[in-house]
Design a protein around this ligand. Structure first.
Ligand SMILES: [Zn+2]
Length: 337
């Protein structure tokens, strides 16, 4: 009997190790340890054996059953890991997964950077966690200015700020390069907003700055119109309204005619036909002075375009939260992928 059982174990192991797929293994499992298997029959007939034999055969059949089961499990694991590693390394397999694409904001940011580079701007970047001085003071935002409010600004325990705009990069560039200067800084900014269709706590801007002798507002308007024309592939109607920002004097709000309703009024433009796109203006002489630029010789203009807003206009996205959702279906929806 013992011999018979050992033969079953030996044969079983051999067949299991030669198996090529999971289906064959499951069949072997049923043949060797299933309810019609030789082993099951032996176990059923144990009552006819002597007590001594029962002990030996009982423990041996259990051992063989467990061993064969273990071998089958191990072989299934081995076969499936082969399948996975073949999949991973077989470069000839066709690509079936979605390839993905750049986000609408990145596409627009790259386009704006390209236009600016053509106009002689250099693209610079800076840290997203800024010191208080460069985010506020150096931009003429005084200690009691509401922009510093805890409601709008994320502060760290070390009194650092998650930059509320990309303007600190302008400060860093003035400090580093001096004048004349022509830079643009695209990047991510943070404000503690209540989220809704047009407000997010994370958004993207591109700031531009030109400092030279005899720079005027007409230079500013020319640059802005040029950017918009390239991005929207048509002449976009713009208007300037006076606006107060501590770092510019005079300061303006630049609006573009709503591209969703073509100026007729819709929910996106709050029925005004115009969308506020960017604050801009002539750089405040104090801002130049604080960063070491002689404001009796040099003047300049600066603008901060909301890239997030621009992407929403371009791709006709009416809920800002889609942009940070990470849902790849949104790309398909905007016709990007
Ligand atoms: Zn509209």
């Amino acid at each position: 009997m013992e011999e018979k059982l050992n033969k079953i174990l030996e044969d079983g192991k051999k067949e299991i190790s030669n198996s090529k797929d999971e289906q064959a293994l499951l069949k072997l499992k049923s043949i060797y340890i299933g309810k019609d298997s030789e082993i099951t029959k032996i176990m059923k007939n144990m009552k006819e054996l002597s007590i001594e034999e029962k002990k030996i055969v009982g423990s041996l059949t259990n051992k063989i059953k467990n061993e064969l089961e273990k071998c089958i499990k191990a072989k299934i694991g081995e076969l499936s890991s082969n399948v996975i590693s073949k999949k991973t390394f077989d470069h000839t397999l066709p690509v079936t997964d979605s390839k993905g694409s750049l986000s609408p904001v990145t596409i627009v940011a790259n386009e704006v950077a390209d236009v600016l580079k053509k106009m002689g701007f250099i693209i610079v970047s800076g840290p997203e966690m800024e010191d208080e001085y460069r985010n506020f003071e150096a931009l003429n935002v005084s200690k009691d200015h509401p922009a510093r409010d805890m409601q709008d600004t994320y502060w760290t325990d070390e009194a650092k700020v998650l930059r509320t705009h990309t303007s600190p990069v302008q400060v860093r560039s003035m400090e580093k390069y001096g004048a004349p200067l022509r830079i643009a800084a695209p990047g991510r900014c943070f404000r503690n907003e209540d989220l809704d269709a047009s407000h997010e706590n994370t958004f993207f801007q591109v700031e531009g700055m030109v400092i030279d002798k005899e720079v005027s507002i007409s230079n500013l308007i020319y640059v802005m119109k040029n950017i918009l024309k390239e991005i929207y592939k048509s002449d976009v109607e713009v208007r300037l309204r006076p606006g107060f920002f501590p770092f510019v004097e005079p300061g303006f709000e630049l609006d573009i005619k709503c591209l969703i309703c073509n100026g007729n009024g819709c929910s996106r433009c709050k029925n005004s036909g115009w969308i506020e796109l960017c604050p801009c203006g002539m750089i405040h002489p104090e801002v130049l002075r604080m960063s070491g630029i002689d404001n009796t010789v040099y003047s300049g203009f600066a603008f901060g375009i909301g890239l997030t807003r621009m992407a929403m206009m371009k791709y006709k996205i009416n809920d800002i939260r889609m942009l940070n959702s990470g849902d790849i279906r949104s790309l398909k929806q905007f016709g990007i992928e």
